[in-house]
Design a protein around this ligand. Structure first.
Ligand SMILES: O=C(O)CCC(=O)C(=O)O
Length: 282
């Protein structure tokens, strides 16, 4: 499996993110964009903002509320839509780098497809993933992250305020504002709006403060997100091994939480004996 170069490792440790150029070619970018257009019209998990529901709740809906292909979409649980989404679970070299950064004792925790529409009403915000809990933890630069994500960019983002992924370099290690203190936004001091091309990938830990900038570019910005966590943390997209695991390779099944035996209390606490071989095998 591929490993980070010394320069990439340094950037990961200091800045808290990596930019991988042209992981997808143009055909793959088009394939995933077409898939997003297709599954916008079919049932799936979309944000449910009813006030009586917990924050960040997704519900099964008949289709994405906005059927315009350039309208906002936030679809979760992508694996059943096409084999192409299963393939991304351990796509090289992205997954290789994830294993190099996190170690081999990991799970896939979430898949997501986002379209950030253009306009004055485009969402912009800044957060850590893992919400109120993870932002209280400080990692050292030599520690593997508890959780991280790969963001596959499907649109060229070459100007500011185009729905850019906006990060606060180094914020995975520095003290960060806690609730009740000042609100941090993509326009706070220290924010870096990242540029990139369709087909590029950003890797970053959940602990890094990040979020989308406004999108005033006149075109929507698309991405796919694949999140990974340490095995003992567990995934947050599904609570049992999903049926789609039957169509997966042994490595992909392991990443979906199939440890090779029926669940029992104590599962996921220590890793299975063959974990490193399964993850290395591909
Ligand atoms: O769409 C983006 O640029 C960022 C998505 C995001 O906030 C996240 O991955 O948690």
């Amino acid at each position: 499996m591929q490993t980070l170069s010394p320069e990439q490792r340094r950037q990961w440790q200091v800045d808290g993110y990596l930019h991988l150029e042209q992981v997808f070619d143009a055909d793959e970018v088009n394939f995933y964009c077409d898939q997003m257009d297709r599954f916008r019209k079919v049932p799936g998990y979309e944000p449910d903002r009813r006030p009586e529901l917990p924050i960040g709740h997704y519900s099964w809906m008949d289709h994405t509320p906005d059927l315009d292909p350039d309208g906002f979409m936030d679809r979760r649980e992508l694996l059943t839509y096409d084999q192409g989404f299963i393939d991304l679970i351990d796509r090289s070299p992205v997954f290789d780098y994830i294993v190099d950064i996190m170690g081999p004792h990991i799970l896939l925790s979430m898949t997501q497809a986002i379209v950030r529409h253009s306009g004055e009403d485009s969402h912009c915000y800044t957060h850590t993933d893992g919400g109120e809990s993870l932002r209280r933890f400080r990692v050292s630069e030599s520690s593997p992250p508890i959780a991280m994500k790969a963001m596959y960019l499907l649109t060229d983002v070459t100007e500011p305020d185009s729905g850019n992924l906006t990060v606060f370099p180094g914020s995975h290690m520095r003290p960060i504002p806690l609730p009740g203190e000042r609100t941090i936004t993509p326009y706070s001091p220290g924010a870096a709006q990242l540029m990139g091309k369709a087909g590029d990938v950003y890797l970053f830990p959940h602990a890094l403060w990040h979020g989308p900038s406004r999108n005033l570019s006149g075109r929507s910005r698309r991405c796919l997100l694949y999140n990974y966590c340490q095995l003992w943390v567990r995934c947050y997209d599904y609570h049992t091994i999903p049926d789609v695991a039957q169509r997966c390779t042994p490595r992909q099944r392991r990443l979906l939480g199939d440890l090779g035996y029926d669940f029992m209390p104590g599962s996921y606490f220590y890793v299975p004996k063959d974990q490193e071989d399964v993850i290395a095998a591909g």
